[in-house]
Ligand binder design. Structure first.
Ligand SMILES: *Cc1c(COP(=O)(O)O)cnc(C)c1O
Length: 346
């Protein structure tokens, strides 16, 4: 058994060894002076999103805790990027992978998971995913990865080239090398937990601000301290915002939270495309809208410094949704007022 585990870990580490780090782009905003904005581009991982990091960490965590054994089925409750990235790693070490997801999940996402050899197992609605994954793991003697539980602890927050360490190293030669603020949204909450812990561990003066979309309980829970709040509808911004406070969301390492309206998130990715030619997913819009609020405040107060956030995935995945004006009008609302505000930066 140990031989198989050792081999599996080596395969994942060898893949990491062959991988390049992701770019930290400087965003040139015409009307902004004295404040530098940077975007860490997580869309360039082999599986297209920051979930590549999470999946690698979750597999190593499970392997090093003796939870994964040869031939075992790996199960996850995810219809999104996590399932895609986990399917990639499961295939790499020769384990069957099953993603439990709602029946109405888009065909393109199912195809992405199947491309990496994963299988999709359907439930009627999103709230059933977790329990079905637990049940299935028991039934087949498989292992439930449980991203919302383990994301915060699977990543080594002290370094080991985690996303925080990578950002601070890439910033070293910038005019303001220690960011005034790092902004991130929360899905599992794992990335913000790693960022916040790393900032505390290293003693940086950087603040961690978490942005939250509509229909998410993280903001409300952060403000009230109540972890039991729930909501019945789910977030329209893919990858972020949850109807309940997930275990991996760690409010104690977050300095402040900002609520971002969904039309502002979508408007910001349209504005980003105009500015840079790059398309990003809507959570990047949430992040960047938050950054621009902070930039405006800094400029108003005559403060200089740098702001860093993440480009979580590419917009090419969302041509039928966030980049389709009809879909946006129907599902998100009027983005024009937000576009008008963003135009002030041009
Ligand atoms: C998962 C995800 C996030 C949030 O990251 P967490 O570490 O899970 O909080 C943001 N954007 C996208 C596209 C994601 O898939």
């Amino acid at each position: 058994m140990n031989d198989w585990v050792t081999t599996a870990i080596n395969i994942i580490e060898a893949d990491f060894q062959r991988s390049a780090d992701t770019h930290l782009f400087k965003l040139e905003v015409p009307k902004l002076s004295g404040v530098d904005i940077y975007l860490k581009d997580e869309s360039t991982h082999p599986t297209g999103s920051l979930k590549h990091r999470l999946a690698r960490s979750l597999f190593l965590y499970a392997l090093c805790n003796g939870k994964l054994k040869e031939g075992m089925t790996v199960i996850e409750a995810s219809s999104g990027s996590t399932a895609v990235s986990e399917a990639y790693f499961a295939r790499m070490i020769g384990l069957p992978f099953v993603a439990v997801m709602p029946r109405k999940t888009a065909k393109t996402k199912i195809a992405q998971i199947e491309r990496y050899g994963g299988r999709c197992h359907f439930v009627e609605s999103a709230p059933q995913m977790h329990d079905e994954a637990v049940r299935m793991a028991e039934e087949v003697g498989g292992y439930f990865m449980d991203q919302f539980m383990y994301a915060e602890r699977a990543t080594d927050w002290r370094g080991n080239n985690n996303i925080a360490e990578s950002i601070f190293r890439q910033m070293e030669r910038e005019p303001h090398p220690v960011p005034e603020t790092v902004v991130m949204s929360a899905g599992t909450g794992g990335t913000s937990a790693t960022l916040g812990r790393y900032i505390l561990y290293k003693g940086y003066k950087t603040r961690l601000v978490v942005v939250d979309p509509e229909n998410s309980v993280f903001y409300e829970s952060f403000m009230s301290g109540d972890r039991t709040v729930t909501r019945s509808c789910s977030s329209c911004i893919e990858g972020i915002g949850r109807p309940k406070v997930e275990h991996s969301f760690q409010p104690d390492v977050i300095d402040a939270m900002i609520r971002v309206p969904d039309p502002s998130s979508v408007a910001t990715i349209l504005w980003l495309e105009q500015l840079t030619g790059r398309r990003a997913g809507a959570s990047t819009g949430t992040n960047l809208w938050g950054v621009l609020q902070l930039a405006e405040e800094m400029q108003k107060n005559g403060r200089q410094g740098s702001l860093v956030t993440l480009m979580c995935d590419s917009g090419e995945r969302y041509l039928d949704t966030y980049y389709n004006a009809d879909w946006v009008a129907e599902n998100i609302g009027d983005v024009q007022p937000s576009l008008d505000r963003l135009a002030a930066w041009e």
